[in-house]
Design a protein around this ligand. Structure first.
Ligand SMILES: NC(=O)c1ccc[n+]([C@@H]2O[C@H](COP(=O)([O-])OP(=O)(O)OC[C@H]3O[C@@H](n4cnc5c(N)ncnc54)[C@H](O)[C@@H]3O)[C@@H](O)[C@H]2O)c1
Length: 325
């Protein structure tokens, strides 16, 4: 039985807690949060030992989830790894590439699992998508939702778009050769919506739209490839595949009619809680029952690298020319 702990029990840490609490192969050895108030509230519902300092938790655990604010990930993860503790750190691992590389180096040297919480990889529909989107040439991704002032100071790219970048980069498996980005603010000082084009060496293009100022939450991706059009809904985990599309014009009595026919395949996707799948995978890696990484470290850092580059463009350049037409 593995002894596990959680560091940071805000919005995301509580989701982790619910899942660890359900699992039978993990013993929750401690909940850690810098806030006594947060721990006080949780203690009313969970019987686990509490810590305000994560260093005191480390001698009691084999593995931890780090779900503290991103700015603390590097320091906390480094100390956990140096104490010989396996780490699942919420995304983004850090906001600095060199720091992320350093953490992976420490993990590798010590033979520890360092897993970044890219939960969408464990979405059943995304896993099916990998099998059928074998030759995409155009990818359109949309991740939009309403405004939450709590995230006003966070980059929309590291917060939302990194999920899509990660899925796309792993699906296309080719280098990015061209990047265009533009973003605008509505409520906060940072871009609240952004549009990005990635072009890959294998001639695939991806268009990603993210927004935190859209009243209707919508998380979808569509893929055009040679013989099919695939449409995926992350929330319902549904995948529709359109094939053999034929359009014809029919000349009737004084009217021209347009007919569009296709074969629609609705894919059956095994639906489970993606975070539960992710935590199970992490624990299986820790106990040596599963291959350690879903993707390579190089791929892990590739999505962060692209996300940071996009942020850099958005911060200093609108990615557009000024006109007055
Ligand atoms: N994978 C996803 O889809 C997803 C979704 C949301 C958030 N996240 C990530 O999860 C992380 C946390 O986000 P959140 O929305 O839960 O934040 P939050 O602000 O709701 O919670 C963070 C918690 O960490 C605690 N904390 C701060 N410093 C600490 C420290 N040094 N030691 C222990 N606890 C500390 C705070 O008191 C707070 O309770 C971020 O990195 C975010 O990017 C990932």
């Amino acid at each position: 039985m593995l002894n596990v702990g959680i560091i940071g029990l805000g919005k995301m840490g509580k989701y982790h807690l619910n899942i660890y609490d359900e699992l039978t192969n993990a013993n929750m050895a401690g909940m850690c949060d810098a806030s006594e108030e947060v721990l006080g509230e949780l203690s009313k519902r969970y019987p686990y030992k509490t810590y305000t300092d994560y260093r005191e938790l480390l001698p009691h655990v084999d593995a931890v989830t780090i779900a503290a604010p991103t700015v603390h990930h590097y320091d906390i993860a480094k100390e956990c790894l140096e104490a010989g503790v396996h780490v699942l750190v919420e995304k983004p691992i850090t906001t600095d590439l060199a720091q992320a590389e350093e953490l992976f180096n420490i993990a590798e040297k010590r033979g520890l699992v360092l897993h970044i919480g890219h939960v969408e990889r464990f979405n059943g529909a995304v896993q099916e998508l990998r099998k059928i989107a074998t030759d995409p040439y155009l990818i359109e991704s949309r991740r939009v939702g309403p405004y939450n002032p709590n995230f006003a100071g966070d980059s929309i790219v590291l917060d939302l778009m990194i999920h899509d970048i990660d899925i796309i980069v792993n699906m296309v498996n080719s280098d990015v050769t061209e990047l265009q980005a533009s973003g605008y603010s509505v409520h906060s000082k940072l871009p609240d919506y952004a549009s990005v084009h990635l072009h890959f060496a294998n001639n695939t293009t991806a268009h990603i739209l993210v927004s935190r100022v859209t009243q209707k939450k919508d998380r979808t991706m569509s893929i055009s490839q040679k013989d099919s059009f695939i449409s995926l809904d992350y929330t319902s985990q549904d995948i529709n595949i359109y094939r053999n599309i034929q359009s014809t014009q029919i000349m009737g009595n004084k009217e021209l009619r347009y007919k569009n026919e296709y074969v629609l395949e609705r894919l059956f996707v095994y639906k489970d809680n993606p975070l539960k799948q992710e935590i199970k995978h992490f624990l299986d890696c820790v106990s040596g029952q599963e291959e350690c990484r879903v993707v390579t470290v190089e791929h892990e850092l590739k999505s962060l690298k692209i996300a940071l580059k996009i942020d850099e463009i958005l911060m200093k350049d609108k990615g557009a020319i000024e006109v007055n037409l």
